[in-house]
Design a protein around this ligand. Sequence first.
Ligand code: GTP
Ligand code: MG
Length: 138
Amino acid sequence: VQRTLVLVKPDGVARGLTGEVLRRIEAKGYRLVALELRTAPAALLEEHYAEHAGKPFYAPLVEFMGSGPLVAAVVEGDRVIEGFRSLAGTTDPTTAVPGTIRGDLGRDWGLPVAQNIVHGSDSPESAAREIGLWFPGV
Ligand code: GTP
Ligand code: MG
């Protein structure tokens, strides 16, 4: 089995969508192995999004992700990395396909960085790195 890091981003938590996101994960048959509500410090977020350092949306992204509490989870299941990215939908919430988390629940709010409710690791290497960052004991 595989593990992935899922974040319900501050917009998702503020809009009361944590339960809906976790419901979809569990309804799909994946298992929660760690779960925590926290406000992430900038250093952690900078490291988490290190691949985007230098891009124009990097600073607003780190600021947004630290703007309030988020929910971090480790989720387990066969091919869960790919499977959760599929549940989440594509990055742009306006055009994400209905049926997905972003497609059903997200839209553009005219802000400098897309607020798209969830994060999921994009590869086994990213998942291992991100789980190590957010849940060093798991
Ligand atoms: P995450 O799950 O958050 O990692 O999203 P993702 O994997 O679908 O997208 P990616 O890692 O490429 O980008 C991380 C985040 O940066 C996205 O969720 C968006 O909020 C933001 N982002 C990515 N690309 C752009 C862009 O071209 N413009 C703007 N404004 N924001 C972007
Ligand atoms: Mg990403």
